[in-house]
Design a protein around this ligand. Structure first.
Ligand code: PH2
Ligand code: MG
Ligand code: MG
Length: 133
């Protein structure tokens, strides 16, 4: 079992509902439990189309037996189940699930970078993270 931190964001549709559905689904992943969930905060969109809606953001502390690769795959599956479709970069999304930290691992693959490369640059990530870390 390793400790891992996830970032959650939503700015499309019923944002609060998407976040709580995502949290439920994460808690049901094999060998995975949520240890702590931050408050949900509303944040100004950073990047993407000028007129996109405000985000709700949160962070989770979880314990998991899943490897980083499998965890990423499962999170992508949950995003898909919650109607996430590819739009423009940084554009509106029903749900965005990012691995922020995975134990003390450093991973630098094309499709998976841990720690999340922008984790220390984004207030909407740092604020909920500081609450649970
Ligand atoms: N996610 C982005 C781009 N911009 N802005 C806020 N406020 N919150 C986010 O989660 C967010 C963003 C790309 O993942
Ligand atoms: Mg993101
Ligand atoms: Mg993402």
């Amino acid at each position: 079992m390793v400790v891992c931190y996830l970032g959650i964001g939503s700015n499309l549709g019923n944002r609060g509902k998407f976040i709580s559905l995502a949290i439920n689904k994460i808690n049901k992943l094999k060998g995975t439990q949520i240890i702590k969930a931050s408050k949900i905060i509303e944040t100004e969109p950073l990047g993407g189309p000028a007129s996109q809606a405000k985000f709700l953001n949160a962070a989770l502390k979880i314990k998991t037996i899943l490897s980083p690769t499998v965890l990423l795959k499962k999170l992508k599956k949950i995003e898909k189940e919650l109607d996430r479709t590819k739009t423009v970069r940084y554009g509106p999304r029903t749900i965005d699930l990012d691995i922020l930290f995975y134990a003390d691992k450093i991973i630098n693959r094309k499709n998976l970078k841990i720690p999340h490369p922008k984790v220390f640059k984004r207030e909407f990530v740092i604020r909920p993270l500081l609450e649970i870390i």
